[in-house]
Design a protein around this ligand. Structure first.
Ligand code: G3H
Ligand code: 13P
Ligand code: ZN
Length: 316
């Protein structure tokens, strides 16, 4: 059943974080639903601008609607990840999404507020929930290519002003993470001090942590052993998710880790079966491996085994 992120945040705030997982295709969707049902977790499906145009935005919509029928016990929100104003408006008017992220974090503070406010007004008029971003993550991905050098942590005082002036429902904060597989070059970690200051100014307000893939080192080693070349890949320690949750982080975004699972399964499969050219055997292995990955990640987030309570809270 598709619900809003607001409803999920209400159930989770301060106790655990909801996993927000990006999808691009059928196999990811299947693995995602199986993993969340396996671990009895509510979850958020994220669709980026790139994912919407990978095939056609209606294809993903169709796949998700079908998954909702195939897995009637699933409780999830459908969320636009890193939207610009135009894409947000398209999603708001589509009648399919339950929430959108407007990412105007590269603009000035006042411009970010003005753009976010327009999106909030349009979204709230139709019952949708809005996430915005303040501060800048370092990153290597296509649409969020902010150089590590320019990365700016979120200013807690600005965060309060931003939320008050925009009426936004949740806020993505820059606390030291970045997108992609190469997050840290040394011993950097999460800035819990910044999170604590933001929570002090915005009590009970859901915060979002982007760039939260953990880039498991065994996964990286297996990819490299099967012909890959991921040198120095490093991610966030997922044992820190629960602490982040107590400081108000209610949504944790994970995309890169799923791509690593895909890459490892396919590299190993075709190395082990060089005679194989069929897409289904490797696809089946991927769906099973991705489901196991999601189930294990939900344990780290604390969202595993919360599904019954969430269903009760929603009266479904
Ligand atoms: O934060 C960005 C997400 O990982 C989505 O990546 O724009 O390549 O789909 P993408
Ligand atoms: P990762 O690249 O760490 O998976 O982050 C994904 C993300 O923040 C999506 O918005
Ligand atoms: Zn992100």
């Amino acid at each position: 059943m598709i619900v809003t992120t607001k409803e999920l945040f209400k159930a989770a705030y301060g106790k655990y974080a909801i996993g927000a997982y990006n999808i691009n295709n059928l196999e990811q969707t299947m693995g995602l639903f199986r993993g969340n049902i396996q671990s009895k977790a509510p979850f958020i499906i994220q669709i980026s601008k790139g994912a919407r145009s990978y095939t056609n935005k209606l294809m993903l919509e169709g796949i998700i609607r079908s998954a909702d029928q195939v897995f009637p016990e699933a409780v999830f929100a459908v969320h636009l990840d890193h939207g610009d104003e135009e894409t947000c408006m398209d999603c708001i008017n589509s009648g399919f999404y339950s929430s959108v992220m407007i990412d105007a974090s590269s603009k000035s503070f006042d411009e970010n507020i003005a753009i976010t406010k327009r999106v909030v007004d349009a979204a709230h008029a139709k019952g949708l929930v809005v996430e915005a971003e303040l501060g800048q993550l370092g990153g290597v991905e296509e649409h969020v290519n902010v150089s590590e050098a320019d990365a700016k942590l979120t200013d807690p005082n600005q965060a309060k002003e931003f939320v008050t002036r925009t009426g936004v429902d949740s806020l993505a904060c820059a606390i030291g993470t970045s997108h992609g597989a190469f997050k840290f070059t040394g011993t950097q970690g999460l800035h819990f001090d910044v999170l604590a200051e933001i929570q002090k100014r915005l009590p009970n307000f859901p915060l979002v942590m982007h760039g939260s893939s953990s880039v498991p080192q065994d996964e990286v080693a297996r990819i490299n052993a099967a012909g890959g070349k991921l040198l120095g890949a490093k991610g966030v320690d997922d044992n820190q998710f629960r602490k982040a949750a107590t400081l108000g982080v209610t949504k944790i975004n994970i995309d890169t880790d799923g791509r690593l699972v895909w890459c490892r399964v396919h590299r190993e499969h075709f190395m082990k079966h060089p005679e194989d050219f069929d897409l289904r055997p490797a696809g089946k292995e991927f769906m099973a491996a991705y489901a196991d990955f999601i189930a294990a990640k939900n344990v780290k987030l604390g969202s595993a085994n919360q599904l019954d309570d969430v269903r009760k809270m929603l009266g479904i």
